[in-house]
Design a protein around this ligand. Structure first.
Ligand code: PGA
Length: 253
């Protein structure tokens, strides 16, 4: 059985005080209310909060991640942050290829393939995002789009490396819109991604990779989504900005 993951992507939200308050609340609630055998809870704040959030979460089951990194190890890249720096601040996970980064910052599958390498070479786990736009879904191109995102971003890895990857399927039309993919729509794409992994890496590796759903997950739709055989938890945006709703989603696993 794959252990489920519920990861909260704060995006560009929360000042320092607010971020620390949210972290303390989540850490305390998770300790009291969430079964650690069933689910791993990860907080993914903006870069500047990674170290203090990790310090507050230290010694608890809550893990910490970052929302992006640069593809190079270090150097003259003003304003950028490396995977090694993120690791040294106490994080274990890095989101790569979120649709907002693909859309607003022009991140391509090829660039993401090199970011995946730098994350893995630092011994961290990459949460690799994929997902189609509404236009692509309406044109019935969603499987094609997801296949190329997964293959071009990840399929240069060997089977051992693939085990360090978490995939997040996030249909762009469901992110921050309040529209969730139906359970059937989500499970269908998750099963498709799992099949791509089976074809390339074999059943054992494919069965070990967590595939998260993201896009307007809320406490009242989480349990049904997470009950699907290929949905291994969620990448949560809006509902992760509030401790009660985020922890309730973790409890839905
Ligand atoms: P949302 O965001 O839960 O606010 O839709 C999800 C995400 O972008 O990861």
């Amino acid at each position: 059985m794959r252990k489920k993951i519920v990861a909260g992507n704060w995006k560009m939200n929360k000042n320092f005080e607010e971020g620390m308050a949210l972290t303390s609340e989540v850490v305390n609630m998770v300790k009291d209310e969430v079964s650690h055998e069933k689910v791993t809870v990860i907080l993914i704040p903006p870069f500047v909060h990674v170290h203090p959030v990790a310090a507050l979460a230290k010694g608890t089951p809550v893990l910490v991640g970052a929302q992006n990194c640069h593809q190079e190890a270090n150097g003259a890249y003003t304003g950028e942050i490396s995977a090694g720096m993120i690791k040294s601040c106490g994080a274990t996970h890095i989101i790569l290829g979120h649709s907002e980064r693909r859309m607003y910052f022009g991140e391509t599958n090829a660039l993401l393939a090199s970011k995946v390498n730098t994350v893995l070479s630092n011994g961290l786990t990459a949460i690799y995002c994929c997902g189609e736009t509404l236009e692509q879904r309406n044109a019935n191109k969603h499987f094609e789009v997801i296949e190329s995102q997964v293959k071009e971003g990840l399929f240069h890895l060997d089977a051992e490396q693939m085990k360090q990857i978490v995939i997040a399927y996030e249909p762009v039309w469901a992110i921050g819109t309040g529209v969730t993919a139906s359970t059937q729509q989500a499970q269908e794409v998750h099963a498709f991604i799992r099949q791509l992994l089976v074809a390339k890496y074999g059943k054992d590796t494919a069965e070990s990779v967590c595939i998260l759903y993201g896009g307007s997950v809320k406490p009242d739709n989480a349990a049904e989504l997470f009950s699907q055989s290929d949905i291994d938890g969620g990448l949560i945006g809006g509902a992760a900005l509030q401790s009660r709703s985020f922890v309730d989603i973790a409890k839905a696993c």
